[in-house]
Design a protein around this ligand. Structure first.
Ligand SMILES: [Zn+2]
Length: 383
């Protein structure tokens, strides 16, 4: 499904124009304010494209880390990638094997819905922020870096209103298809865009399409990032499937079933959902899904609240650590990434919360969905 964002940031001149094509309801974003801080013009790579790795910025970032111990796992192919056949030993590929290594896949707090939104900011994010403010709720926003560069005002507002920011890469490409250096470029440009807007250095990230293996984890750890997946298919709201393959009422009904099942059986651990602040449809349905959880007395919280992390940004932030509503001070981070130099995480674990076939994080063309269905029929699993 969907929406390949195509936009461009005109370097230096900084006329930034963007078009978000979302399914059949293509919307065109108005030209945003230039991404500037203190009046200075900032040069960013082209939006929604993998940033070049030969730029002075990326070369400097690469000098700061040692990638020589990265697992030598061949790059996957496809967007999103198809599962390797035969499987690659020890790659611990979440989307195909359900192998999560030390990724965060559930909210450790009991009876808690870890509320997350991916792919923003978009113009429709403002409506969602209005709603969350009215409901006195905080969420984690997994930002696309080039969108953050395009809408720094929304990014600033998210922080000001007590939400938590995290990374969803610069261009939303599947990370297992990128080289180690490209992954660095995707993460660091996103980090820079958010730093430029807020002074905060991101610490948590969600891989586009949930596409992550031990090579990707190794690079992410070198950059200080903690991956956050989501708690399995049942907590993918499928909002991204609207309007092509699911109606709003289908999305609501399906997720309501998941919430009811959770409330009946498993309140001892919380969950992370998959939702998007991508367009008016996903923002609209979010305002219908959240009350379903509230009706069941399920607490709703951002990632740092779930993880009990009072330091939800990396050292090196130039702004004071913002207070996150609901985080108990002086608590420790409960999640770490423990990929060794050799790249092998501890024994890869297959969790019941891993993805199965139909889960596509987002942004798959209609053709790709059809291809995916075919792959699923063929016994393959994509995300
Ligand atoms: Zn996404």
């Amino acid at each position: 499904m969907v929406k390949f964002l195509s936009s461009s940031i005109t370097v230096l001149v900084m006329t930034i124009a963007a078009t978000h094509a979302q399914t059949q309801t293509a919307t065109t974003a108005s030209a945003p304010a230039p991404a500037t801080t203190t009046g200075a013009t900032i040069k960013y790579p082209a939006a929604n494209q993998i940033p070049p790795v030969d730029s002075p910025e990326v070369q400097a970032w690469l000098k700061e880390i040692d990638l020589s111990g990265a697992p030598k796992i061949q790059l996957h192919k496809g967007s999103p990638p198809s599962c390797p056949n035969p499987p690659i030993p020890d790659e611990c590929y979440w989307t195909c094997d359900g192998c999560s290594a030390d990724d965060i896949v559930s909210c450790p707090r009991e009876n808690t819905w870890g509320l997350t939104f991916d792919d923003g900011p978009s113009p429709d994010t403002r409506e969602l922020l209005d709603y969350l403010k009215q409901q006195q709720l905080s969420a984690t926003f997994f930002l696309i870096g080039s969108n953050a560069a395009q809408y720094p005002d929304i990014v600033k507002r998210e922080v000001a209103e007590g939400h938590h920011l995290a990374s969803h890469t610069w261009s939303h490409h599947a990370l297992t298809t990128l080289t180690n250096e490209q992954i660095v470029a995707e993460m660091k440009w996103t980090e820079k865009a958010v730093m430029d807007a807020t002074g905060l250095r991101l610490k948590y990230m969600r891989p586009p399409y949930g596409d992550i293996n031990n090579r990707v984890r190794f690079v992410l750890k070198k950059l200080g990032y903690i991956p956050v997946d989501w708690t399995g298919d049942e907590f993918d709201t499928n909002d991204w499937q609207m309007p092509d393959t699911m109606t709003e009422s289908q999305v609501i009904k399906t997720f309501e079933t998941s919430l009811n099942d959770y409330a009946k059986t498993n309140r001892s651990t919380g969950f992370y959902c998959l939702e998007h602040d991508l367009n008016s449809l996903t923002v609209g349905v979010a305002q219908k899904l959240i009350p379903l959880g509230q009706k069941l007395n399920i607490s709703i919280a951002s990632v740092p609240v779930c993880q009990g992390d009072a330091q939800p940004y990396q050292a090196g932030s130039t702004a004071p650590m913002p207070s996150i509503s609901g985080v108990t001070p002086n608590t420790t981070v409960t999640a770490t990434v423990s990929i060794t130099e050799s790249g092998a995480s501890a024994t890869p674990s297959v969790t019941k919360s891993g993805l199965s076939s139909g889960a596509v994080e987002n942004r798959v063309s209609s053709g790709a969905v059809l291809a995916m269905v075919g792959a699923v029929v063929a016994g393959l699993v994509l995300a």
